[in-house]
Design a protein. Structure first.
Lengths: 339, 339
C-alpha cells in the first residue's frame, strides 16, 4: 500500500506530498452524475455496492493518495430520530429541526452497527480494492448540532447560537449525544477497515473564540480523546477558523485541516503539527499557468514535511477535470524527493 | 457635539467607549418596517426625506454615539449602468451581472453629484438634527465587484475569483472604475457634511492571503490613499478576515473593523491602531445576563482606548430591542472613566 498519506499525517518523511481532494467522489465527475440519475442521495448512500463504486471513481481518473468513503456527515442524525432528506438544488433538509429541549431529550443514541450498517459494509467492500489508505469520517458535534437545529445550511446560525446561550443544559445534553454518536461511528469505521479518520467541524468558523471555547471545545476535546484509542491518524477539519484556530488545535487532532482563508505558514505556526489543505476550490477554474503558480506558493508556504495537499473545502460541481489531473500530478512531481 | 467616536477613531482618550451598531437604521425597528410598507428599498433610499427620517430613528431610541446615513453600498452600481433591484426576501439582485470584458468596458464612472444626488441631500438634511457624528460610507472595490459579477450574494464567489484569475487586465479596469466611484462618493459625502467614513469590504474574507494581496490590496490601498486627503477618520471594515487581516491593515484605514470570528485582542495586535467591533449579532438574542457577560469579555479584550464598540456585522431583523438598549447603556456605564 502507498502509505504516504499516513506517514505525512504522522509528520514522517515522505517520498512526495500526498494529495487527496475533499468531495473527490462527487458531482464534478460525469460518471457520478450518471450513476445518480433517477436515484436520491439517500438511496445511493445506503447502497454499499453503489457507494463503493463511487468511492473508487476518482481513483480511476487521478493518482490520488487516499480514498474517502462515499458518505455524508448527516445520516447519523437519522439514526437519532431526525427526518433527513437531500433536496436537489437545496441540499440537506431536516423536516423537524430541534427547537425544544424535549426534542433533544427524545434523541436516541443507537450504535452505528444498528443505525448505519451500510457505511460499514461499504468500507468492507471497498477496502480490498485499494492500494491507498481509506479515510473514514464523521461530523463534529457542533456542525451536526447546527444542521439539526437550523434544519439545513444557515448563514447566521442564529438558532444554534441562541440555543447554546439560552439553554446551556439542553445544549450540553445534545452535544454529549452527538459526541457519542460520532465517536462510536468512527470506532466502527476503523474496525471495518479505514486507515485514517477525519472529523468535519465544517461550520466551527461561525463562532468567535469565546463561544468556541465555552460551547464547543469541551465536546470536541472529549471526542478526540476517545479517538486517540483508535490508533489511526485523526484529521480535524474546519473552515473560516483563522481567528480561533489555536482553540481548535487544543481540542485535538493529529492533523489540522484548514481552508484557504489562512496561509498554511500561519496555520503550521499555530498548529505545531501536520496540516492539511488548503487550495481555494475556485482556483481550479483558473487557467493552468495561474493554478500552477498558486500551487507553487502553497507548497512553498507548507514546507516539505507534515503536509497533506488538499483543497480548503469540497471540490465544486463544475470543476474542469483537466485541471484536477494536472494539479494532482504536479504536486507529486514538484515535491518528489523534497523530504 | 458628542465627539467621543471621532476621538476614539484617532486613538485619543475618551470619557467612555463610543457605540454604534451596523444597520442601526434598519429592519429590526418596528417604525422602520412601518415606513417601508408599500415602498421598495430604492424608493426609500432615493427619497431624502424618508432616508433622513430613517437615519434618525435609532437615535430616538438608544444613546448611540454616531448616526450612519440610511443608504446602501450598491446604488453606485446603478450609476455605472447596472440594473439593480432589491428583491424582498432575497436581497440585492443585478439583472445583468458582469460576465464579459465588454460589459466592464461599458461601465460608466459618473460623478456622485450626478449619479447619487439623493444621498448627498440626505446628508444635508440630517446633519443639522444631530448631536453626534454622522458616518458616511461606500463599498470597497472588491465587495462591489463581487455583487456586480455574481449578480447578488454568493456563497462561493466563484465567478468573481474566476474573472480575477482569468482576465487580469479586465479585472484591473473594473477595480479601477469601482475605486474611482467609491473615492468620489466618499469625497462628496464629506463635502456634504459627514464626519467619518466607513469602507465596507464585507466580502474580502472570501479570499486567501495571496489572492487578497494580488487582486484586491492594490486598489484598496489606492482608495485609502485618496481618502487620506479628506481629513475625517476612515474605518476599514470587513468580515471573516482573521487570516488576512495584516494585509487589509497594510492597505489602509484609521480604524480597523472586524467581525466576531477574531478576538479583539488579536485584532489590535495585528492592526496596531484603533479597532471597531465586534459582538456577534446573534449574541443580542441571548438572555441579558449572558449578553452582559460577553460584553464584559469583549471590553476586556479591547482595552479602554482606541475602541469603537459595534457588532461584528449588521444587526439581525428580529433582534429584541430591550437588549439593544441595555447593551448600549451598559457599554457606556461600564467604560465610564476608563481612559
Amino acid at each position: 500500500m502507498n502509505e504516504t498519506l499516513l506517514r505525512a499525517a504522522r509528520g514522517r518523511t515522505v517520498p512526495f506530498t500526498p494529495v487527496w481532494i475533499m468531495r473527490q467522489a462527487g458531482r464534478y465527475l460525469p460518471e457520478y452524475r450518471a450513476l445518480r440519475k433517477g436515484r436520491t442521495m439517500l438511496q445511493v448512500l445506503h447502497n454499499p455496492d453503489l457507494a463503493a463504486a463511487i468511492t473508487l471513481m476518482p481513483l480511476r481518473r487521478f493518482e490520488l493518495d487516499a480514498a474517502i468513503i462515499f458518505y455524508d456527515i448527516l445520516p447519523p442524525l437519522r439514526g437519532m430520530g431526525l427526518d433527513l432528506t437531500f433536496v436537489p438544488g437545496r441540499g440537506p433538509v431536516l423536516a423537524d429541526p430541534l427547537r425544544t429541549t424535549k426534542q433533544i431529550d427524545r434523541l436516541r443514541v443507537p450504535p452505528a452497527t444498528e443505525a448505519m450498517p451500510e457505511v460499514l459494509e461499504t468500507i468492507r467492500r471497498v477496502k480490498p480494492e485499494l492500494h491507498v489508505p481509506l479515510i473514514g469520517f464523521a461530523g463534529a458535534p457542533f456542525t451536526l448540532a447546527s444542521y439539526a437545529i437550523e434544519g439545513g445550511y444557515s448563514r447566521t446560525f442564529l438558532r444554534t447560537k441562541r440555543m447554546m446561550a439560552s439553554e446551556p443544559a439542553a445544549w450540553d445534553r445534545l452535544m454529549m449525544k452527538l459526541m457519542a454518536v460520532a465517536a462510536d461511528l468512527l470506532q466502527e469505521q476503523v474496525d471495518a477497515g479505514v486507515d485514517c479518520v477525519q472529523v468535519f467541524d465544517s461550520w466551527a468558523g461561525a463562532l468567535g473564540p469565546a463561544d468556541y471555547r465555552r460551547y464547543v471545545a469541551p465536546y470536541t476535546r472529549r471526542l478526540f480523546k476517545r479517538l486517540g484509542a483508535l490508533n489511526v491518524p485523526v484529521i480535524h477539519f474546519s473552515t473560516g477558523t483563522a481567528g480561533t484556530l489555536e482553540y481548535l488545535v487544543q481540542a485535538g487532532g493529529d492533523v489540522i485541516g484548514v481552508d484557504w482563508r489562512i496561509g498554511l505558514d500561519a496555520a503550521r505556526r499555530i498548529a505545531q503539527r501536520p496540516v492539511m489543505g488548503n487550495l481555494d476550490p475556485a482556483a481550479l477554474f483558473a487557467p493552468w499557468r495561474e493554478l500552477r503558480a498558486r500551487t507553487d506558493e502553497l507548497l512553498q508556504s507548507a514546507g516539505p514535511r507534515g503536509h497533506i495537499f488538499n483543497l480548503g473545502h469540497g471540490i465544486l460541481p463544475e470543476t474542469p477535470l483537466d485541471n484536477v489531473r494536472r494539479l494532482v500530478d504536479y504536486v507529486h512531481e514538484k515535491t518528489q524527493g523534497d523530504a
